[in-house]
Each structure stands twice: as C-alpha cells, then as structure tokens.
Design a protein around this ligand. Structure first.
Ligand code: CMC
Length: 436
C-alpha cells in the first residue's frame, strides 16, 4: 500500500487491486493533525499495526499538550515554566480539573474542599496492617487506593457528575495521607493525621516526618521544592499510566479502581519507577571512577543495562520539567548544606559525561524529570522506595482529569485494540495418548 497527502485527507491505495480509500484528517489546535482511521477496518478489511502506540492517538483531549522536539509542556495552554514559577499545586489541580485557573473565591473554596477531604476513613487504617511490614509502598498504594471503592460507595456512580467530582477530590486529597501512612507503616511509626492549617505540600512533609513526641516545623524551601515537583508531575498527556486509567475506565469501572490500575502501570522502571531506579543505579555505580564502565554498558547493544533517568519517548531535545528541577535540585542541596554526598557527586558527574558523550547526543538522550526528582528526594531524606509513590501522588490529579474528560466525551467507547495474529492457524485437537 502507498499513501499520498492532500490538504484534508490521505488517500490510501491498495497496490494489489488499485482500490483507493480516503482517510479524513482531523485538525489539532497545535501539533500534528491526525488521520482518522476509524472506518479503516470496515472499508479495507485491514487493521493498523503500531506496537507501543508510537503513531497512534487514542483519544481527543484538551488537557495537556507536549511538543517533544521543542521541549514544550502546556497544561490547559499554560507553559509548565510559568506554572512552576508562579502557581501552586492545588491551583494547578483546579486548572487541570476545570480547564481554567481559579478566581480568588474559587481558589479559596477549592483549597478548603481538598483540605477537608484529606482524612481517611478510620477503618482503612486496619487495611494497612494486612500488609507485611517490608511491603513495597507501591504495592500498598495499589491495594489501599483500590480499596477506597469499598469505603466510598457514595461517589462511585460514574454517570453522576457530582459523584465524579467528589471521587476526584477524594483521590487528590487522600493520596498524600495514604502515601505518608504507607511510609509510617513501613518504619513502624504511628500514623500522623493531616493538618488543615498547612498547605498541600507542607501537609505531606508533615505527615511523613512528624511524630507525636515533638513539634515538627516544615522547612519552607523543601515545601516549595515539593510543591514544584508536584506541579511538574501533575499530568503528561497519554503516557502509559494515563492510558491505563483511560482504558480501565472505558469499561465503566469506578474511579478508585481505575486510579489503582494507573498506579500499577506507573510502578514500572520504564515509567514512574525510573526515579527509584536512578538511585539504585547510583548506588550500584558506587564511585565516580566506575562511571565510564557503566556508560560503556549503556551503549552496548548486547547489554540490557540502560542509564536510568535518561531518555524519553516524547522529549527528544530536552525535558522541560528536568530543566526546572535541575535548578530546584541545586537550591535544595544548598539549603540542606549537602556538599559531600557521594551519590549526588556520582549523579552530577554522570549528568556531565552523558551530556557530552556522542552516543547520548546522537540518540537525543537527556536527563529526564526522574533523574533530578530522585536526587532531590534523596537529599530530603525520602527513602528510595517512596519515590514512585510521590510520583503517583502528583499524577493522581492528571489521571482523574483525564478520566473525567473521557467519561464526558460523547464519542467514548470501550477501549479494545486489535492485533496482528502470528500464532497457529486452526488445527484439530489430538487426544493425549496420540501426542508425541
Ligand atoms: N540508556 C541507554 N540507551 C538508551 C536509553 C538509556 N536510558 N534510552 C534509550 N536508549 C537507546 C536505546 O537502546 C535505543 O537504541 P537503538 O536505537 O540503538 O536501539 C534508542 O536509545 C531508542 O530507545 P527506545 O527504547 O526505542 O526509546 P523509547 O522512546 O521507546 O524509550 C524510555 C523511552 C524512557 C523508555 C527509555 O529512554 C528508557 O528506558 N529510559 C530509562 C528509563 C527512564 O528514565 N524512564 C523515565 C522516563 S520519564 C518519566 C515518565 O514519563 O515516566
């Protein structure tokens, strides 16, 4: 088959029969237009084949725009740099959920509403006890978030917009409480209840680090860095976990179950698990003298090793989030007076070498957001196993915004990709005594 482009459509020619098929083009607001292949199978008896969906748009969305070549990331049209500099995480949540920045009154009400949803049903605490103490906190997150649907029946009617919004608020607000409890459980300390007088980021740090034994004051520089990290991770278009949430939700599953599916997808080291993998890799490297050997391994086609925190499916020049966090990272290290932390020295040296190395330059592999967030978390004293949990906490608002958008889309259908079958053709069953 061959294709030719005209202004508003593509014409696909079947080279065997000479038959032509017209594929309409749908215009995007910015970025590449899309070929509409919805009628392709009915008309041509062929599917498209696109493992990893590198050329496939799965939905229409008004939430986030990425230009990977230019390193542009917009939430509802606002550049990520401006939001990171001038906004705060709850305001960004409002923007993602409602499409506009809030007025002062809307901001006040939203802050109040998400603050007052941060407590967990007391019985949910017992749920934590069912896990082994050494359970990975992401395993705990998948379980506890999935279990929310068993506790909040009054917000699982997905056809009711009010239910959908209450479930969305609950998910965004309760995620830090669940995350901090997963941590406290793993270290055997008592759970710390949320405090309504603190900001979203402050409250999370407070629930992580306070104990009932003494007063705990949240460091404002760390709270600011945490707030920035939350903003930068809040949404990222149709990545693996967001697509998982949409696919799970397309069958009509309740939002708590869908977000739990998203958390499971985020856990993988090629996605949100990369920030944890970065630190594990730095520990494995152990000393800057060992970096060249690891760089060689990353380049070796026969070695599955990859430099964690480098490369991105979409950003092929730089990751704008990484640029912002690079600066934050240095601010945090200065504030905490960290000048001699071997792992951070390795990270900085690795960054320098990889940015100058021909292999990484040629393949457009730059440090991504997970590289710097991992280093900041490490400097803040957050245990490695919690890194992806923090990503999940920030991404929850993106997931719920995308889920809401999907449910409200009149053209929404259950997601059901097709396949290229390469297995056995039909054959006759052989009784066991005839098999050799
Ligand atoms: N180290 C060494 N080589 C790499 C790396 C890396 N981190 N990433 C890609 N490559 C090479 C890869 O071997 C391939 O080489 P070749 O063309 O010779 O076969 C080429 O670059 C293209 O790689 P790809 O796997 O086809 O690219 P992709 O777009 O499918 O993968 C990625 C993107 C992020 C999965 C990948 O770069 C990677 O595994 N990076 C490390 C994990 C990581 O940091 N993930 C976090 C992503 S950012 C947070 C998020 O959005 O979740």
């Amino acid at each position: 088959m061959s294709d030719t482009k005209n202004n508003d459509s593509f014409t696909l020619t079947d080279n065997r029969s000479g038959q032509e098929y017209v594929l309409p083009v749908i215009k995007s607001a910015i970025g590449p237009d899309v070929m509409d292949v919805r009628k392709l199978y009915a008309e041509t008896d062929h599917f498209t084949y696109d493992p990893g969906f590198t050329s496939t748009g799965s939905c229409e969305s008004k939430i986030t725009y990425i230009d990977g070549d230019q390193g542009i990331l917009l939430y509802r049209g606002y550049p990520i740099e401006q939001l990171a500099e001038h906004s705060d995480f709850p305001e960004v949540c409002y923007l993602l959920l409602y499409g506009e920045l809030p007025t002062p009154e809307q901001k006040k009400k939203f802050n109040h509403d998400i603050t007052y949803h941060s407590m967990l049903h007391e019985q949910l605490m017992y749920f934590f006890r069912g896990f082994r103490r050494d359970a990975h906190p992401m395993a705990v997150m998948c379980g506890v978030v999935g279990a929310l649907s068993a506790f909040y029946h009054d917000s699982t009617d997905i056809t009711d917009p009010k239910h959908r919004m209450i479930a969305s608020y609950r998910l965004v607000s309760k995620m830090p409480t669940i995350a901090a409890m997963a941590y406290k459980f793993s270290i055997g300390q008592p759970y710390i209840y949320p405090r309504n007088d603190l900001s979203f980021a402050e409250n999370f740090l407070y629930m992580m680090y306070a104990t009932p034994c003494e007063e705990y004051r949240v460091n404002p520089i760390l709270a600011k860095a945490m707030d920035k990290i939350l903003i930068l991770h809040a949404d990222h278009e149709q990545n693996a976990s967001t697509s998982t949430v949409r696919l799970a939700g397309s069958s009509g599953a309740n939002p708590f179950a869908c977000i739990s599916a998203g958390i499971a997808s985020l856990w993988g080291p090629a996605h949100g698990g990369a920030n944890e993998a970065v630190l594990n890799m730095l520990e494995e490297i152990e000393h800057p003298d060992n970096i060249p050997a690891f760089i060689e391994r990353a380049k070796d086609k026969d070695d599955p090793f990859r430099l964690m925190g480098f490369g991105h499916r979409v950003y092929k020049n730089f990751d704008p989030r990484a640029k912002i966090l690079q600066q934050s990272c240095h601010e945090v290290l200065d504030e905490l007076g960290i000048t001699n932390e071997p792992l951070l020295d390795i990270a900085m040296e690795l960054e320098r070498i990889a940015l100058e190395d021909d292999y990484f330059i040629e393949k457009k592999l730059y440090p991504n957001v997970d590289f710097y967030s991992g280093i900041i978390y490490r400097a803040m004293g957050i245990p490695t196993s919690m890194f992806t949990v923090l990503f999940a906490m920030a991404r929850t608002v993106g997931w719920v915004a995308q889920w809401n958008e999907m449910i409200e889309d009149p053209s929404q259908k259950i997601g059901r990709p097709r396949q290229l079958y390469t297995g056995e053709t039909e054959r006759k069953f052989k009784p066991v005594h005839k098999r050799r």
